[in-house]
Design a protein around this ligand. Sequence first.
Ligand code: CMP
Length: 143
Amino acid sequence: MEKTFLMVKPDGVQRNLVGDIVSRFEKKGFKLAGAKLMYISDELAKTHYGEHKERPFFGELVDFITSGPVFAMVWEGEEVIKTARDMMGATNPQEAATGTIRGDFGVTVGKNIIHGSDSLESAEREINLFFNSDDVLSYDKQD
Ligand code: CMP
């Protein structure tokens, strides 16, 4: 079954949005396979966001994502990668539809509440970066 990596960013944790965000994915019907509250090291931030290293906002992005705890998660389900991104809304909250996480809670592109993998390859890479295989659980769950 398809898995994705989702992460409530420091702004979402600070603003007490973890419960609401987890609830949206639970109610949608996806299965939580792993979760942890953690600090991201400078090294992990630079690896995770490596594809953006030439962008002018890279330093700001690394500073922000390491500025406080994040809530890292693995979710499982049919088409979960694309559906989770639809539920998150556009990267820039000003362009994100109402009813999406960023559309409902975000204002600026830097502090956009949540990150989600954009492809099968990045989901696999990001899950492996943030989680030991023992911490991603397989269990039965009723629909
Ligand atoms: P995310 O989905 O985590 O992936 C890369 C992040 O870069 C993105 O969300 C935004 O938070 C951030 N980002 C994109 N554009 C900008 C920008 N112009 N200024 C600051 N951060 C940005």
